[in-house]
Structures are given as C-alpha cells and as structure tokens.
Write a protein that binds this ligand. Structure first.
Ligand code: AHG
Ligand code: MN
Ligand code: MN
Ligand code: MN
Length: 333
C-alpha cells in the first residue's frame, strides 16, 4: 500500500509483508542505510566549505586515487551497518577484502550481507555535479553462527533481496527495491524525513537518450559503434540525444524517468569495461528490471552472471527495454 508523501518509515511498516523471511531485519537494514545516507548527504552538501573535497592521498584496490568523500562515505556506511546487528559481512569498492561483522556477542547470528559503492561518481565531487551511493543486499548462504565467507558475497545478482541507490543531486533521493517494484523517496533536509515522492517507478519501454563516454569510441566493439551511429541517424524517431554525467547513478536515474540507455561497454583498453559487477551493475540491474527495463553485458542478463571475484568488472548495457534490445542486436551481429 502506498500513499503519496508517505514517509519512508510509514512505507516500510505498511509494506512489511514485502520483505521475504525477514523478521523486520531487512527493514532495519534499509533504515540504517537511510540514516547513513542523511549523514553522507550533509557532508556532500558541505563539500567545498569543509575539507572534504580532493584526494585522500591513497589508492584503492581499483587503482583509483581515493577521494576524501569516498573514504568518508565508506566509513559512515560501514559504521552504521555494523552498529545495528543486521549484517554479518560488508564488501565495498573501497575495501580490498570483505569485512566480517561478528555481532554484539561475537556469535555471527546476523543473516544479511551488504555490498556497496559508497560514493559513485567520485570524479564529479570537486566540480559540484551529482554523485551517488549504491547498495546490494543478499541473505547469507553459509550457516548462521559461523563467520561470513566469500561465497556469501559471490552470489549471482538474481539472488538479491534488496538493492538501491542514493542520489545526492538537486534533491537527495533514496530509490530501492525489495523485489516488489521500485520506489523513490526524497529527503526533506529540514525535517530529516524521506517522503515517497516517486511511487512505483517504471522505465519507459523506449527512449531517445543514450549515455556513454564517447571519448572511448575508437576503442569500442564494432556493435557499439554501429549502435551509436544508429542513434545519430536522421530517421523517423532519430537522432537521439546524448547525455552523459559521468556518475552512473545519475545517468541511470535520469534515464529511468525520461527513457534511455546507459552503456559502459568493453573497450580495447578495458577488456571487461570499467563498472564492477557486484556493487554497481547487479544492484542497478535489479532496480532496472524491477522497473520494467533491461540490463545485460550485450549478450547475457547481468543478474545471471555467476561472480568469481569481488571486484570483477563487466560490460554494462542498462535501461529502456527496447533500446537495450536494439543495442544487443548490433552487438550480436
Ligand atoms: P566510482 O566513482 O564509484 O569509481 O564510479 C564511477 C563510474 C560510474 O559512476 C561512471 O558511469 C563511470 O565511472 C564514469 O567512467 P568514465 O569517466 O570512464 O566515463
Ligand atoms: Mn571509484
Ligand atoms: Mn561507482
Ligand atoms: Mn565509488
């Protein structure tokens, strides 16, 4: 049940039944993410006023220069999730290995694992362009009472019990799914409450926006080059328009509202593309499919990929169903 401008708290209580096999733990998990999101939002909005922009002075396992906000957001989400007796393990873009959370009496009783990209779009922090946070939730596979294991994190995306993102933009939104559709909540910073501003979000079946970093054009597979040319042809419904923010959360959020396709293909310089399967592509694919869109690597459904490594990358085509199918047609020629 949903009423416009319902608060997130009311929404979770009203939709408790939606959370399979959780005795309120999954809703407490979402609540802890919403708390951390408010704290990070406060810092994002002060970027430039306080010393939170610029490089942290370290590189992460991805080989990227960590930004101060990458590290700040990572610490905040880990701290909030750890203090609430819900998760038994956390994996993050910013941590080489997963973290084992023992629980208050060290007995590993918690049932869920969270994988996250604490700050998506780091290259945009210092130029005041919107950034995001992405999270993905699974039930553990290993027995409760034992320390979390790698297999708990290496589940295919089709096993996710929840996934969502926060977008720190002109307003701050929390958009998430627990497998029963996608709902968007907007933060009222004055009250610190989240309001159901975008109930039952749906990807338009088709669209006229394509989003990709065309700077990589010469390195793209031929199928991507052909699809981009298709988008640019003077035909009945084309040319489309190109929109690329450089923060995947923002690009996909815009495309979900307006219709469009986001692509981060492989290239001769990045054999598997740049985006990470576990905490970027899987959660965004789950949300996209729940909103009626499509997400593949150009050939195979993202959610069916069996992960092997925590930080593995995958080519990513995500958005309006008809546009992804058209791109796949070119890829599969
Ligand atoms: P992150 O900031 O978490 O490392 O992710 C950035 C990603 C994604 O948000 C965005 O779509 C992509 O990197 C942009 O990459 P390019 O600058 O290579 O286009
Ligand atoms: Mn990064
Ligand atoms: Mn990212
Ligand atoms: Mn990141």
């Amino acid at each position: 049940m949903m009423a416009k401008n319902q608060t997130l708290g009311e929404f979770i209580i009203d939709n408790q039944a939606d959370f399979p096999y959780s005795s309120g733990e999954l809703s407490r998990l979402i609540n802890s993410i919403r708390l951390a999101a408010k704290v990070v939002n406060h810092e994002v909005n002060k970027a430039g006023l306080v010393d939170i922009t610029g490089e942290y002075g370290d590189t992460n396992i991805q080989g990227e220069e960590q930004q101060k906000l990458d590290v700040y957001a990572n610490n905040k989400f880990i701290q909030t999730l750890t203090n609430r007796e819900i998760v038994c393990g956390i994996a993050s873009e910013e941590n080489e290995d997963f973290l084992t959370i023992k629980g208050c009496n060290g007995d590993h009783q918690n049932k869920y694992v969270v994988l996250m990209d604490p700050l998506d779009g780091s290259s945009n922090i210092d130029v005041n362009v919107s950034v995001g946070t992405i999270f993905s939730v699974y039930r553990r596979l290993s027995p409760v009472g034992t320390p979390v294991t790698a297999e708990d994190f290496l589940q295919p995306g089709n096993m996710q019990v929840a996934a969502g993102y926060i977008i720190y933009g002109t307003s701050t939104m929390l958009v998430y799914t627990t497998g029963n559709g996608v709902n968007g909540f907007t933060l009222n910073p004055a009250l610190g409450s989240w309001y159901l501003s975008h109930p039952n979000m749906k990807f338009p079946e088709n669209g006229k926006i394509y989003s990709t970093n065309e700077g990589n054009y010469i390195h793209f597979p031929q199928g991507v080059k052909d699809f981009i040319k298709y988008c640019q042809e003077e035909k009945e419904d084309r040319p489309y328009t190109s929109r690329y923010i450089g923060s995947m959360v923002s690009d996909i959020h815009r495309n979900m509202i307006k219709g469009g396709i986001f692509m981060y293909p492989e290239s001769s310089r990045a054999r598997n593309g740049k985006l990470r399967l576990l905490y970027e592509c899987n959660p965004m694919a789950f949300i996209t499919e729940q909103a009626g869109g499509k997400a593949s690597d150009g050939f195979k459904r993202i959610l069916d990929i069996q992960p092997e490594k925590l930080h593995q990358r995958t080519p990513f085509f995500c958005g309006s169903k008809k546009m992804v199918e058209k791109a796949e047609e070119f890829m599969q020629r």
